[in-house]
Design a protein around this ligand. Structure first.
Ligand SMILES: Cc1cc2nc3c(=O)[nH]c(=O)nc-3n(C[C@H](O)[C@H](O)[C@H](O)COP(=O)(O)OP(=O)(O)OC[C@H]3O[C@@H](n4cnc5c(N)ncnc54)[C@H](O)[C@@H]3O)c2cc1C
Length: 263
């Protein structure tokens, strides 16, 4: 690791001030950032530890939405009675992130801000048409994920919470890498106030909506309807774990499973 200063602010306002330094970085669970620092892949002047900010914590129902604070750990979403009752697919997703250690350390805010192509939460955020709350504004999911590890967040903008509209139906399925449990290809499907949505993660450099599947499901909500839709391999990820063609095939298989899980 390189040397850096360490700050632990008690409020979002103080954290934003500290992040005015363009070389400072926010840290939540540290599960992605700390390994990067250990490998000297990142050289921040300061770490701004968000873990002491009470206003970033907690899960609550607000009208017809579930609002989850950025610092909420995956295990808390997986075991929340409120989430299980309103959006069981989201509880299922959180309960299948990594392993026990990852779920007890990683946070929803860190995961969504990081926008790893193989992360789980971006599929739920896009697949439910959630709204991302930040220290400065509210951003619709459709405008948030811009590319690999890239989001609409400005350098000194903090993700504070995510507002998930409660759907009529939702389901999630992923083919996971057997070692890391990161997603090879996954699908989050939903039907509700934001219409019919299908978000695909793991397969491409960034989570994306599968428009042909959304059209098919709008006409006929059934696993058979998405089974007929093929995903093109162009532009999909290819690596030692699987070719683009394999991932394209998985997209249809995972979408079918997600619709079946949604019921
Ligand atoms: C072995 C292993 C297996 C894993 N498997 C999976 C898996 O199967 N699925 C999956 O989805 N994830 C997986 N993860 C990732 C894990 O789920 C963490 O959620 C993820 O690393 C980021 O969360 P964090 O809180 O640790 O973020 P941090 O490491 O603290 O931060 C990550 C990035 O986000 C920024 N950041 C953090 N919080 C905020 C905020 N509130 N506002 C703005 N920027 C912020 C940081 O500056 C940094 O750039 C795995 C991780 C490990 C180590």
């Amino acid at each position: 690791m390189y040397d850096f200063a360490y700050h632990k602010p008690a409020s979002v306002a103080d954290a934003v001030k500290l992040l005015a330094d363009p070389d400072a970085k926010a840290v939540s669970g540290g599960h992605t950032l700390l390994p990067a620092l250990k490998h000297r892949l990142n050289k921040p002047s300061a770490l701004v530890d968000l873990s002491g900010i009470a206003e970033l914590k907690g899960i609550r129902r607000v009208g017809n939405a579930i609002v989850i604070g950025a610092l909420t750990r995956h295990v808390e979403v997986a075991t929340s009675a409120e989430v299980a009752a309103s959006i069981p697919a989201l509880a299922y997703l959180a309960g299948h992130i990594g392993d026990v250690q990852v779920r007890n350390r990683g946070t929803i805010g860190g995961s969504v801000s990081n926008n790893d192509p193989a992360a789980d939460y971006p599929a739920a955020v896009l697949g439910l048409g959630a709204t991302v709350h930040t220290s400065a504004r509210k951003i619709a999911a459709d405008d948030f994920f811009l590319g690999m590890f890239t989001t609409a967040l400005e350098p000194n903008e903090i993700l504070t919470a995510i507002e998930f509209p409660i759907p009529e139906k939702a389901g999630y399925a992923k083919m996971k890498n057997p070692a890391s449990r990161y997603v090879m290809a996954g699908a989050f499907v939903s039907k509700g106030p934001m219409g019919v949505r299908v978000a695909i993660n793991g397969a491409a450099p960034c989570v994306f909506r599968q428009a042909d599947m959304e059209k098919a499901l709008s006409a006929n909500w059934s696993a058979d309807a998405v089974a007929a839709v093929k995903q093109a391999a162009d532009g999909l990820n290819a690596d030692i774990h699987g070719s683009a063609e394999y991932r394209a095939h998985l997209v249809t298989v995972m979408a079918k499973r997600a619709v079946a899980a949604a019921g």
